[in-house]
Design a protein around this ligand. Sequence first.
Ligand code: G4P
Length: 523
Amino acid sequence: MSNIEIERRRTFAIIAHPDAGKTSLTEKLLLFGGQIQVAGAVKSNKIKKTATSDWMDIEKQRGISVTTSVMEFDYHDYKINILDTPGHQDFAEDTYRTLTAVDSVIIVVDGAKGVEAQTRKLMEVCRMRNTPVIIFVNKMDREGKDPFDLLDELEEELHIAVRPLSFPIEQGIRFKGVYNIYENNLNLFQPSKQMVTEKVAVDIHTEALDGHIGKPLADKLRTDLELIEGVYPEFDREAYMKGELAPVFFGSALNNFGVQELLDCFVEIAPSPRPVQSEERTVQPDEPKFTGFVFKITANIDPNHRSCIAFCKICSGKFVRNAPYLHVRHNKTMRFSSPTQFMAQRKTTIDEAYAGDIIGLPDNGTFKIGDTLTEGEKLHFRGLPSFSPEMFKYIENADPMRQKQLSKGIDQLMDEGVAQLFVNQFNGRKIIGTVGQLQFEVIQYRLLNEYNASCRWEPLSLYKACWIESDDAAELDAFMKRKYQYMAKDREGRDVFLADSAYVLQMAQMDFKHIKFHFTSEF
Ligand code: G4P
């Protein structure tokens, strides 16, 4: 196996609370990769829910994000794969799954707003998997929080040690630039969307610094840097790789400022494809045989081509077009004649791809999230957890003549991971759980347009879905008998307790001490 091919790969996602600057940063990275020539070419995949947008708009916007789902480019000797994540938080589940396919993450934080709700949640997912993270504090050209306060906030709110590798000189309209601690040079700010500023090598202990930014600011910078060296231990790459320490950069994505420093440091320190855990064993990226798993399925909105694209992360070996691979769940050999890879705004058919890469496989319902492909070994990759949904509704058939279409539609949409399905064991009714209201509307729209089936929602007030387990079979049995009206099964047949309030859940936890209540399906 060619180790060089694997070692030069950097597969990562940029995550952020909406509006922090993820799209702007992605665009600037593509600019450095030569994938686009001018700023402004990449459109945000944010779903803008305005009074005028109908569901077709959502569909169109979803369609746009198919081609930008993965962006790959070469930078120096590195091959970069950026996995895009949906901007709208109702599609958070999609983002969680994408995070299972990356080897590291860049978190963008708005320098004025600090850590926001979605950032916190996404960081939790990174922590579950010990994903290495780099933090980019954006919008330094705006008035924001004091950088030291921000560093404290990052540490406290994201529960991770931080280490600044660059530091800002003033901010807002007085913003002068950043001092790059990693490279020991000064980068002076010039607001420009298209230009990359020159870096100045300067010894901060000499008067040369005063010449660049004036004596008062130079003195302040020296004090700040001394404080940083005093407070924060040296950057420790091992700790970063374990997901225990996050290096922090400051800049302005919109002005393409501080982005190149981030990228240069990123390619150097970020991990190449990491080993992946399967139920059977740990799979090393440099194993000669191909293995991969599907982490995302996206429907094609073009009505003439109703097929989907399954996104497969290659975990080991080399994928070759038209070679026979085992679809483990179906125990069936398949060949792929038109696998695709993704550039900024186009996708191309490829002949081969390596561990770390993401390939798109045309799919007509053969794939489901979590499916594994191998050269014959029966492997099952783990790490695609379902999280307890936030909202629940009963789904009912609104057209008795089309029960079959509805069932098929629900099944396929669940395979795609649009939402989660639970079946209540007491009354047999189907319950759909989502993280946002928007998903119910998308499901209804897609059932009608793609499956010619209509559904009706009935309200259901639940607090959480908990996957339950216990070593004490008798207690588990007693619990399920007591709560029989609230017991459901997920699609894998696992037992799920539907708690209708936090209080009920708390009481259950107190009464049944040997039962573990999990908020994710992976424990
Ligand atoms: P997102 O993908 O994380 O949601 O963020 P996006 O990049 O779309 O940026 C959100 C808004 O913040 C945009 O403004 C963008 O121009 C602005 N922005 C991003 N980076 C910076 C920065 O470094 N400095 C400043 N001052 N603003 C920044 P918008 O008004 O929502 O959109 P647009 O009309 O500018 O496109």
